[in-house]
Design a protein around this ligand. Structure first.
Ligand SMILES: [Fe+2]
Length: 324
């Protein structure tokens, strides 16, 4: 029998992210706002992830992506807490929890907290086609952001492209996923989007798991799906990651990176509803689609392989397999 060596998934704890203070463009210009950066060095797609906290009245610096600011990277934002206003030269947009945002190249953009509670904004920087690395990105973020501007009149924004694309969470019809029982999965709702605007992300997904529920054990197998990567971002206090190699608890805002071919399951080991985000990175030349509701090729055989690997390593065998 051919032996397959599958890579391990990798946890990037929030506690180990790099915390950097940026000057806020708030009305008094007195506050700094905090950004936490995660560096997924082994990823082809998701090299840089960030979490920005804006206190009431804070505004971020202006951000523009074009060839002068690091090359052809793509960036997807997601609102994780609070009511955020996105400001661009083309207008202002009100954003709410779990809305996702994409700003095309050359569109200056800035986030503002006009509410009374703190806001948290996640960003996923996709560097597949870019010559910028993590260190360059951080250097740029610290040193070369645009000078303090009170409004866009001072901003040099030639070649303004299209409007930002906003996927409003409340406008997405959640999909009830029911078909992964045979690999230990539970019924759950997912808010699933395939963003055509980005080359490097084939799907974004907000997933809700009731207490005790699980995602089925699965692997994005390169032999069937190509070089597909995935990240999970945990939005609750605690969850459990299970793989063929280990079971580990993960905590709020921890990231999990799944290199191509790494097995995974998330288990809601708490008494609260678990929310987390999942993003699939795949090359635009790859025809991979995260076909909701359809079984993956070879998924039962892969499930059995994962369970055998867990047995060999003395890991607990999920109860659903005991009755098989
Ligand atoms: Fe997955």
């Amino acid at each position: 029998m051919q032996k397959k060596i599958r890579p391990r998934s990798q946890i990037y704890p929030f506690d180990e992210s790099v915390s950097i203070s940026h000057k806020s463009l708030n009305t008094n210009n007195t506050n700094n706002y905090q950004v936490w950066y995660y560096h997924i060095a082994d990823s082809d797609y998701f090299e840089i992830i960030s979490l920005t906290r804006l206190l009431p009245s804070d505004r971020t610096q202006y951000i523009i992506h074009n060839n002068e600011t690091g090359g052809d990277l793509e960036r997807l934002y997601i609102i994780l807490k609070g009511n955020v206003t996105l400001q661009t030269p083309l207008g202002k947009y009100k954003l709410r929890k779990f809305d996702s945002i994409f700003c095309p190249d050359n569109l200056a953009h800035q986030f503002q907290n006009e509410g009374l509670e703190e806001c948290l904004i996640g960003s996923i920087v996709l560097t597949k086609n870019s010559n910028i690395g993590f260190d360059d990105f951080i250097k740029y973020a610290i040193n070369n952001r645009h000078e303090v501007h009170d409004d866009f009149e001072d901003c040099d924004y030639n070649n303004i492209a299209d409007e930002p694309t906003i996927w409003e969470f409340n406008s997405i019809d959640p999909v009830l996923r029911t078909r992964s029982k045979s690999v230990g999965g539970s019924e759950r709702f997912e808010w699933f989007v395939e963003p055509d605007e980005l080359d490097s992300v084939s799907s974004t997904d907000i997933i809700c798991l009731d207490p005790g529920k699980k995602i089925g054990f699965h692997t994005h197998m390169p032999e069937y799906e190509g070089q597909v990567e995935e990240i999970y971002w945990i939005f609750n206090e605690k969850a459990q990651l299970r793989t063929e190699y280990f079971d580990k608890n993960v905590n709020k805002y921890d990231l999990i990176f799944f290199p191509p071919g790494s097995s995974h399951q998330i288990y809601n080991c708490t008494l609260n509803t678990l929310w987390f985000g999942a993003w699939i990175g795949s090359d635009s030349t790859n025809s991979y689609k995260n076909t909701l509701g359809q079984d993956r090729t070879g998924y039962i055989e892969e499930y059995k392989r994962i369970i055998e690997a867990r047995k060999r390593r003395g890991l607990p065998i999920p109860p659903e397999t005991l009755s098989d």
